[in-house]
Ligand binder design. Structure first.
Ligand SMILES: [Zn+2]
Length: 756
């Protein structure tokens, strides 16, 4: 008891002491304010009474944003607000006006600001006028120098003040804008995670309150109170800087190649967790300069408008550029959606995998009285299994599946795959789908809606909804909630918040998911999606070419969405990727296979090796790579050459040394018959690199020629190598990649297809 009493007394004493300090501190300020405002009010008003209690906000440092590997993507760096306090001039001085002009002139030069404007500001007798916010250290130093100069020469002290603030700085220009977003001039997040996690990033600003008299002399009681700012927390994203930049590179390349009118995007997801590894929306904004239009063509269009229309057009164009196409746009998914219809049919056990029950003679009337809807292949696909229908992307077969399912079940799976709700991704502005709404019909689905809906037409979903559904097929049927922030971490490294993967529901059974994965793999290997195939990797995918609009007769107007959605590696899928292009130029090509397929393949061919996914060649691929390379290290050049020739291969020596110090391809790797092995004989020679050319659309003889002039080995793949019929469709190492001489590039041939 006694102990408690002592502590209580101590507590009381310290509390009372605190109370007295507070009363005295604030009391004197309040008394002074009362005195100033009420008693001396009139006489002081002209001397800016409200500046007496100088109240300055101390900015909190906004948290940083890191990629999944801890690479910094966004941070706040120190900057300074330039503030003038003209009340600090002494207007009783004879040369007062002259001095104010000198300061205005000097500051105008440093800030490159209008002299007349500053001169006017210098005449106002107030303590706080913000002239420029967030100047960098260079300007800050110039101002400090100028301050000491005018103090030495004229005795002018502290008329120009520098208040510490922070400026947001993004490590890479034009990078990951849709995910990162940007901050406004007030430092608050406006788009992306900067907006979504604004509260976590912001921290709490502090304050300094200082009381001074009208001529800047501290008041007798010298009141100053300071509350420290609390810095914001940091975000660790699921985005991988490397993957993101690979994705951005190929999306931009595709936009250019196909003269795409309304931008495009690619999104990659870890199918097991829902973590987004990359989200490239191009042309996006530059987070370091978000108010600059990236599309030069658009900017020229706006500048050509009448002047009174320009402003509104510019604002609209900016908003379009800030829009996250992957989560805010809705689009007609087209044939990519067929993986959903096929999943539903198999789940309901309406057909066996080996039953050839779907028929196509080029067009189909889905119900009594309906018109005929044609297949992209006017000559028809004949009788097909469900897998063949998927690989042929046959619309009549999918209409037949739709009518097997009927409207209730079609809707049930639409809901199960998450299309009737937002995915819940932690990014702002997510849209929901736009489904059929035919009055009086079950779930708003009319019979014609069912017919065209079964092959993905006439309803709209978001790219992130489509990707999430595809990822669930790769994830044994489990639909995940996608996310971009994995952790919120404070400045000491403590995890404040961590995102746990959320399984939304089991959309389909593991068995059906497995069946569909296999079908998608066969589709990429030899069906309609070969443009997305990368030799050595088990990739599965589906193309989509959807009509954005149809005219009153149901004919396409020429505006298409070209997309490609797929997974890898198919035996144990890790990632799902959707590439989507809004209105490619139909004069060039608008098919999903031709526009989005190569983008998908190029991204996969770089990301899969980066993620450490091992290449597993099929037997067919291995039969082409039938010679094993020997060990030539430490042999003399002559010995090595003889050994290589004995193995039925060719040798190429680089360097001036006498002995072999390294070789490519490496020992024990398989290379094509009569391939070449390079022997390096000194360190300098190992720096030699060659560039992989673009083999796609080349004939077999052209591919061989290109390989020989570029010092590469090629492994030719493809089911029917008939020179007159086939062209190179894919290559496992992207064009432009720098590799060691005589690296093996696998080139896949296939018959040309224009599969929707
Ligand atoms: Zn067909």
């Amino acid at each position: 008891m006694a102990k408690k009493g002592a502590i209580a007394t101590l507590w009381n004493r310290s509390n009372i002491t605190m109370l007295i300090i507070i009363i005295l501190g604030f009391g004197s300020v309040f008394f002074r304010l009362f005195q100033l405002q009420i008693l001396e009010g009139d006489s002081l008003k002209e001397e800016a009474v409200d500046q007496q209690l100088f109240d300055k906000v101390v900015a909190a440092k906004r948290g940083s944003i890191y990629d999944v590997n801890g690479n910094i993507l966004a941070q706040s760096v120190s900057a300074w607000d330039v503030v003038i306090a003209p009340a600090k001039f002494d207007d009783k001085k004879e040369n007062d006006e002259e001095l104010r002009k000198i300061v205005a002139r000097g500051l105008a030069d440093i800030l490159n600001e209008d002299y007349d404007y500053l001169s006017k500001k210098m005449k106002q007798n107030v303590y706080y006028i913000l002239i420029r916010s967030k100047v960098d250290a260079g300007i800050k130093d110039k101002i400090l120098e100028f301050n000491s100069e005018i103090y030495d020469k004229y005795g002018i002290g502290e008329v120009i003040e520098l208040h510490e603030n922070y400026s947001r700085y993004y490590t890479h220009d034009n990078f990951a804008g849709a995910v990162l977003g940007f901050v406004g001039n007030d430092g608050n997040g406006l788009e992306g995670v900067e907006y979504q996690y604004d509260e976590e990033l912001n921290g709490n600003s502090g304050r300094v309150v200082i009381a001074k008299d009208a001529t800047n002399n501290p008041l007798p009681y010298q009141y100053e109170k300071k509350i420290d700012a609390v810095d914001g927390n940091n975000l660790i994203l699921t985005i991988d800087e490397n993957i993101q930049s690979i994705m951005e590179k190929y999306v931009r390349q595709t936009l250019k190649e196909f003269n795409v009118k309304n931008r495009g995007c690619a999104v990659m997801m870890n199918v097991k967790t829902g973590a987004i590894l990359g989200m490239a929306c191009e042309e996006s904004f530059n987070p370091n300069n978000p108010r600059k239009l990236q599309d030069a063509k658009k900017e020229a269009e706006i500048n050509a408008l009448p002047e009174d229309k320009q402003n509104e057009a510019y604002v609209n164009a900016l908003q379009a550029q800030w829009r996250n196409k992957a989560v805010s746009d809705t689009y007609v998914p087209g044939s990519v959606f067929k993986m959903v219809t096929a999943s539903a049919v198999l789940s309901e056990d309406l057909v066996k995998e080996d039953e050839r029950v779907f028929s196509c003679d080029g067009s189909y009337s889905p119900y009594e009285g309906a018109g005929y809807i044609s297949c992209w292949n006017y000559s028809g696909h004949g009788a097909q299994t469900i897998e063949e229908a998927l690989c042929n992307s046959c619309n009549p077969a999918f209409m037949q599946m739709g009518f097997m399912l009927k409207r209730e079940k079609f809707y049930e799976y639409y809901v199960a795959f998450g299309f009737s709700e937002k995915t819940g991704i932690d990014l702002p502005g997510e849209s929901n789908s736009i489904f059929f709404s035919t009055p009086g019909e079950p779930h708003g689905i009319g019979l014609m809606d069912l017919a065209v809906g079964s092959f993905g037409q006439n309803f709209k979903i978001t790219p992130i909804q489509m990707l999430t559904a595809c990822a669930s097929i790769a994830n044994k049927g489990k639909l995940m909630t996608p996310y971009v922030v994995s952790q919120v971490v404070d400045n000491k490294g403590n995890v404040v918040k961590a995102t746990e993967p959320v399984v939304k529901r089991q959309a389909i059974s593991e068995t059906v998911a497995r069946q569909i994965c296999n079908m998608l793999e066969r589709n990429a290997k030899s069906g309609g999606a070969t443009n997305g195939y990368v030799a050595g990797y088990r990739i599965g995918g589906k193309t989509g070419t959807s009509e954005k609009k149809v005219d009153e007769f149901g004919n396409a107007t020429g505006d298409y969405i070209a997309s490609f959605c797929g997974i890898a590696p198919c035996d144990d899928p890790e990632i799902a990727l959707l590439c989507y292009f809004d209105t490619p130029d139909p004069e060039i090509n608008y098919y999903g296979s031709a526009v989005a397929g190569p983008c998908f393949r190029n991204i996969m061919s770089e990301v899969l090796p980066y993620l450490g996914v091992e290449k597993v060649y099929t037997e067919e691929e291995l039969s082409q790579l039938d010679t094993s390379v020997g060990v030539y290290d430490n042999m003399s050049v002559d010995e090595a050459k003889a050994s290589i020739e004995k193995d039925g291969l060719k040798a190429r020596v680089i360097g001036n040394g006498k002995n072999v110090i390294a070789q490519n391809p490496t020992a024990y790797s398989n290379i094509p018959k009569e391939g070449t092995v390079v022997l390096y004989t000194d360190e300098e020679s190992r720096k030699t690199k060659v560039k992989v050319p673009d083999f796609t659309n080349c004939s077999l003889s052209d591919v061989n020629y290109l390989a020989s002039i570029n010092d590469l080995n090629v492994c030719i793949m493809g089911s029917s190598i008939d020179e007159s019929m086939t062209y190179a469709k894919t290559q496992d190492i992207a064009a432009g990649t720098e590799v060691e001489p005589f690296t093996v590039v696998t080139v896949v041939f296939n018959q040309d297809n224009h599969i929707m």
